[in-house]
Design a protein around this ligand. Structure first.
Ligand code: ATP
Length: 293
């Protein structure tokens, strides 16, 4: 890996789905981006813009129709139909290769309640993640579990609690600890703070910023919430109908948006002196422009 190699490089990602009446809809259409080690990218857009489909393709839950995903220069898309970047090594098959790919990119979802096993305590959950990936045995595993619990701010009581004995914020801390257990290069957060109330949201965002600084993990932060994205990301990519409409440093994109759709997203956020009529007007303009395309 050269110094300039991004932790995550995504090129020309595409995914379409069949429509009930025939034809197909492009959920993701030619999306490209990269994130440096220790960097943080926000992926924003309205509901249905394709954000979750991108997140799912990153972790291998959805197979791209085309495009490549590479971590530290190593391609991870099996993609017989995918394009190939010159100089990238193709991924191998089999369980070991799958687990290795899982260690590269981990994901935290909006609702950890559905992804956490209700029968396992927090400690057991983390031991399970270490065991699955064959990392740390015996004493070393117990020490690592202790470190992970500390890292996400879960105490002794929470360590021995099952998910139903944890608050929403604590469950999300556990989901983050489980993701970090395998030392991923990239952590994808798909609306990971959307279900939390604002003070807990702020705590989790602070935790993620600390983790980024402490571990050098690259973050991909999928969110409809522009305030959250402003807080946690260096760069932002704006999606509309599966396509990238704008990308750049977060402060520039959010303070001086170039694309009318980004302006519409920003104008939709209630704030002091907010005029909903302006949002309606911008949406009308955008719909007119789309029809003219
Ligand atoms: N499994 C699927 N089958 C058919 N269509 C799908 C499937 N998954 C997503 N889509 C469609 O692809 C488009 C993008 O969906 P996606 O969930 O990625 O958007 P999103 O921006 O994450 O929205 P939300 O914020 O509401 O989750 C939508 O039109 C959606 O209906």
């Amino acid at each position: 890996m050269t110094k300039a190699e991004p932790a995550l490089a995504v090129r020309g990602l595409c995914k379409s789905y069949p429509l009930p009446g025939g034809g197909r809809t492009a959920a993701v259409d030619d999306v490209s981006f990269s994130v440096a080690a220790g960097g943080s990218l926000g992926v924003v857009g309205e509901s249905g813009s394709g954000k979750t489909t991108v997140a799912r393709m990153l972790v291998g839950l959805v197979r791209p129709d085309a495009g490549t995903i590479a971590v530290n220069g190593r391609e991870r898309t099996p993609g017989e139909r995918g394009g190939k970047l010159p100089g990238l090594r193709r991924p191998g098959g089999g369980r070991a290769a799958r687990l290795r790919r899982a260690r590269e990119i981990q994901i935290v979802f909006q609702d950890p309640y559905v992804s956490l096993d209700p029968r396992l305590t927090a400690r057991q959950c983390l031991h399970g993640a270490l065991r699955l990936h064959g990392r740390y045995q015996g004493e070393a595993a117990a020490t690592r579990v202790g470190e992970l619990l500390d890292q996400v701010g879960l105490g002794k009581r929470e360590a021995d609690a099952r998910p139903r004995g944890l608050s929403g914020g604590q469950r999300q801390r556990l989901a983050i600890a489980r993701a970090l257990a395998v030392d991923p290069q990239v952590l994808v957060l798909d609306e990971a703070v959307a279900a939390l109330d604002v003070s807990i949201q702020a705590q989790i965002l602070r935790l993620l910023a600390d983790i980024r600084r402490g571990t050098g993990v690259a973050l991909v932060f999928v969110s409809h919430d522009l305030a959250v994205v402003r807080h946690i990301t260096d760069d932002t990519l704006v999606m509309r109908r599966g396509r990238t409409v704008e990308t750049g440093p977060t402060a520039r994109v959010l303070d001086a948006p170039k694309d009318p759709y980004t302006r519409l997203l920003l104008s939709s956020v209630p704030r002091e002196g907010w005029d909903p009529a302006e949002t309606v007007r911008l949406r009308g303009e955008l719909a007119g422009a789309s029809r003219a395309d």
